[in-house]
Design a protein around this ligand. Structure first.
Ligand code: DAH
Length: 345
């Protein structure tokens, strides 16, 4: 036994790595290990010897385990340190510049519109850009051949089953939202999105963005419409902005109004932007025509509604000083880089 103690001490002193250390465990405590085999001899001894032998054997086992743990810890710590050293990062190296994108000016404007209307209790409703003639025109009181369709000449898609087109106005969302509302009860939505028309000059693009609003409830009047639009326009364009309502015509509203604001550029004095009038037209709106409510299943005796629609591009042009609407959709990196600011406005 004394020899064994010596050999344990020597082995554990000379061991140089973790795997050799583990082999020593097999050598002494494995199935056929030295200590294990001694253990098996106990049964052949008499009672007195058993006791003495047992105590000694335990001492040997404890000695092995203690020395083993000490070495194990040394090797494991060394391994961890090595790993830490290998994985360390040299923070003095110059950074690799990550190119970050930025929000498109129209995304910014749309988010500002959404935030404002959501704060007034509206839900944002999303409608498809490919629409049926029925939703884009007929259910908005513009039957086939109606002269008011001319102002919204759009792109038709060839299809034998349905008369599909690229929507020319977000007013189509009114129809979809009303039809989807099974209870035919109160509704308060805004629908921002792209619309398409056959137009192209500095202030018209074949693709542009509108936002539509629709509020349906009992006892809704023109006063609600006026209050809502005044609040929205002053919040968006500045408290000093004056708002003017002019009688107008839209097939889907009765009465209808067009809404002007004091010129963003000259503040109402008269300049080239407002063609010396001091006013700029920004919105179409009105009380939803009873026919429109009825066509989508609403009881027009019980419910009234107001609606409004406006071009979001014009607000972006004003806010960011953009002079040609076509640059908004041109994807020219020199234009987009000008909006490369992380702070939100
Ligand atoms: N859809 C109209 C357009 O594109 C704008 C409009 C006018 C929307 C009156 C409305 C409204 O909801 O009531 O010219």
């Amino acid at each position: 036994m004394e020899n064994i103690i010596e050999s344990i001490k020597k082995d554990l002193e000379n061991v140089i790595n973790l795997s050799d250390l583990n082999e020593l465990k097999v050598k002494y405590l494995g199935k056929k290990g030295i200590i294990t085999e001694l253990q098996q001899q106990i049964k052949d001894l008499d009672v007195e010897q058993k006791k003495e032998f047992g105590i000694k054997l335990n001492e040997i086992r404890t000695l092995f385990n203690d020395l083993f743990s000490v070495k194990q810890e040394i090797f494991e710590t060394a391994l961890i340190n090595l790993k830490l050293q290998q994985e360390s990062i040299d923070i003095s190296l110059p950074e690799t510049v990550v190119k970050t994108g930025s929000k498109h000016p129209m995304t910014r404007i749309q988010e500002q519109f959404e935030d404002l209307f959501v704060s007034m209790g509206y839900t944002v409703y999303d409608g498809p850009e490919i629409e049926t003639d029925e939703n884009c025109f007929q259910k908005l009181n513009l039957c086939k051949g109606h002269p008011a369709r001319d102002a919204q000449d759009t792109f038709y898609l060839e299809n034998e089953v349905e008369n599909y087109l690229l929507r020319s106005q977000t007013s189509t969302a009114q129809v979809r939202a009303m039809e989807e509302n099974i209870e035919k009860g109160p509704l308060k939505i805004v629908c921002p999105g792209k619309v398409y028309r056959r137009d192209e000059d500095a202030t018209h693009s074949h693709q542009f963005a509108q936002i539509e609003g629709l509020v349906i409830d009992e006892n809704i009047s023109m006063a609600d419409l006026k209050g809502t639009l005044e609040l929205f326009l002053k919040k968006f364009l500045g408290e000093k902005t004056e708002v003017r309502f002019r009688p107008s015509f839209f097939p889907f509203t009765e009465p209808s109004v067009e809404v002007d604001v004091t010129c963003f550029k000259c503040g109402g004095k008269g300049c080239s932007l407002c063609k010396q009038t001091g006013w700029i037209e920004v919105l179409g709106a009105g009380m939803v025509h009873p026919n429109v409510l009825e066509m989508s299943g609403y009881d027009s005796n019980k419910y009234q509604a107001f609606a409004f629609g406006t071009g979001m591009d014009r607000f972006a042009m004003f806010k960011y000083g953009i002079t040609d609407i076509r640059t908004i959709y041109g994807n020219d990196i020199r234009f987009l880089n000008q909006f490369n600011r992380r702070d939100e406005d």
